[in-house]
Design a protein around this ligand. Structure first.
Ligand code: MN
Length: 745
């Protein structure tokens, strides 16, 4: 399966490739179930049958090749099985369930994870965007093996990129350079990173790539002579010192030379350290012994010594680096490390499985906990080491507190976990949020409280006539910035509504303190409070309470304290008033008179309450129902509840005749529902009319009920049915309103 074989362009034989892979697993991976891996191969072969790669080979050859790379990386059995199956969900009829049935949930989950990454749309963006995209991929992966298999998949696709169109070569290479090589680097997978970079460079700058490879080829005899003489020298000295060391030497990879030439504006002859030497030993003390010996043999270049053993790199890389000047006056770099460090440097995060395998056989499969301990260590060390680092804020459950989604244009938007389309809209722009009328995720309409998932493509529908954010959005939005923007909107756009709402809220709050608005609106009480809170008038105070700029409890407490201290006798006045009211009621009960304006036939001195379902007001035809222990509950005769229950046998004898007293001075709270075509300013119009009618509004809320309609519910106090009727008629005349009904009917 070498490159030259592929280039011959004769279709590859998948069975032969698989046999080779099987042999490799048999010799290098102990304790793996070859029957299970073979079954995965058969499933993939069957599923992809009839599909061809661009080189004319059966598609499954790609799956075998990707699996082969995961074996080289040293991954576990589930990874190899998953690599064989990595494209079946995307490209064939097989599903997660099919895979889970035969190979278990973990494998099915990994394959599905790879599929999700494959579906992510990529467009080249500025750096910050790339960073988010890389994070998104990591976050989507959940299981690190998903990323590792994706890297293996990409590596093979890059190796066989020669068969693709020029356009595809360019975009895939760019994506590899910007996404997958950096991810491989962050995971410490040097080998994969180098190969991905060199393959990409080949398509991104063919001329530059060829220049370097050609001149390297020309220099090769010279370089090889230099390398072998140095290696011999070092080896001899190590033996003399009694240090057990293995020495490697290599020409640096093309892209690192390319970058150096570009950065230092040099041609290749200006770059001295084209080769790197590695001395690998058994123990950490030996590393430092070797360093001493090297510095004794050659003159060190000042400022080039780096100790990544005592301070590992964010990706767990450990080695001692030094640059020295050889006998021919040529500088070269020496990296000194232990074998453990070497495995980590080559395979990064994947080295974990490799270790396991070296330690012997079956431990590979049982080591779940350990596996994550390793990942956690890697990630934790990265977190501490560099604030700018890719893995900053990364935890074991990878970016648990963030979610990454796409705009329709392909921008990656980073939001707090649990974020909704509302957060998304406001993160684009306040105007988008304020004019939002709907949201689509992955092409489907969703509700505003839909919780966004990594990789979702989110589209916001806006309309110039949107009614603006609903107050409910404040509890749906997850991000502080969205909430702030919603509050700002309310502050600016809805002053009148805020004033009404704030006034109500304050009234309610004061009631808990046994006060009314009138008690505190005296100038000497309210003025100091306004001054202290920097409001110029009471309306401003109401408005601030209404949009949430100041909490109502805080205002009420201050007003109460002010009222008590400013007018000590005020309290007694109020007490007197309420005591008087209480007495009146008690007397009325004793005398069989109206309580709350209601006369109950045949019953004196009974408790009366108004049903919530239909909230009757004077003038309505009413009826009483004797409740268990709570007196008589008053319903309208046209109330649905009454209509339903009147003939039920268990309620026989519990309905009583009641009537309104002749003289009524109280107000009664009732509720009406206004259906209207949703439009901007609707709620404001309703509020304005109510205000003009001097209606005592207790509560007003409006919500979207679909089909372009909004339902506004108003609780208000009225004296009688006539007043209510009048208000309802006026509501019905507001443009767009289609019906106004009382509750219970
Ligand atoms: Mn693939």
């Amino acid at each position: 399966m070498s490159e030259s074989e592929i280039r011959k362009n004769t279709p590859l034989d998948p069975d032969a490739m698989y046999r080779e892979l099987e042999e490799k697993i048999r010799t290098s991976c102990h304790g793996m179930d070859l029957g299970r891996i073979g079954a995965a191969y058969q499933m993939a072969k069957m599923a992809h049958s009839g599909q061809l790669r661009k080189d004319g080979s059966p598609y499954v050859t790609h799956c075998v090749a990707a699996a082969d790379i995961t074996v080289d990386m040293g991954l576990d059995e589930d990874s190899i099985v998953s690599a064989l199956l990595h494209d079946v969900i995307e490209d064939t009829n097989l599903t997660h369930a099919d895979i889970a049935r035969q190979f278990g949930e973990p494998v099915a989950d990994i394959v599905e994870g790879v599929t999700k990454l494959t579906r992510v749309q990529y467009t080249s963006k500025e750096d910050e965007q790339m960073e988010n995209l890389r994070k998104m991929l990591m976050a989507m992966a959940k299981d690190i093996r998903v990323i590792l298999i994706k890297i293996a998949d990409r590596l093979h696709n890059m190796r066989t990129m020669a068969y693709q169109t020029a356009e595809k070569q360019r975009t895939k290479s760019l994506e590899t350079m910007e996404i997958y090589a950096p991810i491989a680097h962050r995971l410490g997978m040097q080998k994969a990173k180098w190969e991905l970079e060199d393959l990409s460079l080949q398509y991104l700058d063919p001329t530059g790539y060829r220049e370097i490879t050609e001149s390297l080829e020309k220099k090769m005899p010279e370089l090889e002579a230099f390398m072998s003489s140095m290696m011999e020298k070092i080896q001899k000295r190590m033996d003399a010192e009694g240090i057990k060391a293995t020495i490697f030497c290599r020409i640096k990879h093309v892209y690192s030379i390319y970058r150096k030439m570009y950065a230092q504006k040099l041609d290749i002859n200006g770059i001295f350290d084209l080769c790197a030497f590695r001395v690998i030993v058994d123990t950490i003390p030996d590393c430092y012994n070797v360093l001493g010996v090297i510095h004794d043999m050659f003159k060190p270049v000042p400022g080039r010594f780096k100790d990544y053993i005592s301070t590992p790199k964010p990706n767990m890389y450990q080695s001692v680096h030094t640059t020295v000047i050889g006998s021919e006056g040529i500088p070269f770099e020496v990296q000194i490390r232990t074998w453990d460090m070497h495995h980590t440097a080559e395979y990064g995060i994947a080295a974990h499985w490799k270790y396991k395998m070296h330690d012997g056989g079956n431990a590979v499969r049982s080591g779940d906990e350990d596996k994550f301990a390793w990942v956690r260590r890697l990630l934790e060390s990265q977190q501490e080491s560099d604030a700018q680092d890719f893995f900053h804020n990364l935890k074991i459950d990878m970016f648990a507190d963030e979610v990454f989604v796409f705009s329709p244009k392909g921008d990656v938007i980073n939001l707090p976990a649990g974020a909704t389309p509302i957060d998304f809209a406001y993160s684009i722009h306040s105007d988008v949020g304020n004019h939002m009328v709907g949201a689509k995720v992955n092409g489907r309409i969703v509700t505003f409280d839909y919780v966004l998932q990594n990789g979702d493509i989110v589209e916001i529908r806006t309309s110039k006539s949107a009614p603006g954010p609903s107050r409910d959005w404040l509890s749906v939005a997850k991000s502080g910035s969205a909430r702030t923007k919603i509050k700002q909107w309310y502050k600016k756009e809805r002053r009148e509504e805020n004033v009404i709402r704030g006034r109500e809220m304050l009234e309610d709050e004061l009631k808990h303190n046994g006060l009314t608005l009138d008690d505190v609106l005296a100038d000497e009480i309210v003025s100091p409070i306004l001054k202290r809170l920097s409001f110029t008038c009471v309306e401003d105070l109401y408005a601030a309470i209404g949009y949430g700029g100041v909490t109502v409890a805080r205002v009420a407490n201050r007003l109460r304290d002010e009222a008590r201290s400013a007018k000590p006798d005020k309290k007694t006045v109020i007490d007197k008033v309420s005591e008087a009211a209480e007495r009146r009621e008690q007397n009325a009960r004793k005398e069989g008179k109206a309580v709350h304006g209601i006369l109950v036939e045949g019953l004196n001195n009974c408790l009366v309450k108004f049903s919530r379902c239909c909230t009757p007001v004077p003038g309505d035809d009413i009826v009483g129902f004797i409740t268990r222990g709570q007196g008589v509950s008053i319903h309208r005769k046209d109330c649905q509840n009454y209509q339903q229950r009147i003939s039920q046998p268990e309620n026989e004898g519990r309905w009583v005749r009641v009537s309104w007293a002749r003289e009524i001075t109280d107000s009664y709270v009732t509720t009406i529902s206004i259906s209207a075509k949703d439009r901007s300013g609707l709620v404001m119009d309703i509020a304005t009319v109510l205000n003009a009618l001097n209606a005592k509004v207790r509560n007003l809320s409006s919500r979207d009920i679909g089909a372009g309609m909004a339902l506004t519910i108003v609780s208000l106090e009225v004296k009688n049915a006539g007043e209510l009727k009048y208000i309802m008629n006026r509501m019905a005349s507001i443009p767009g309103v289609s019906s106004v009904i009382r509750n219970g009917s």
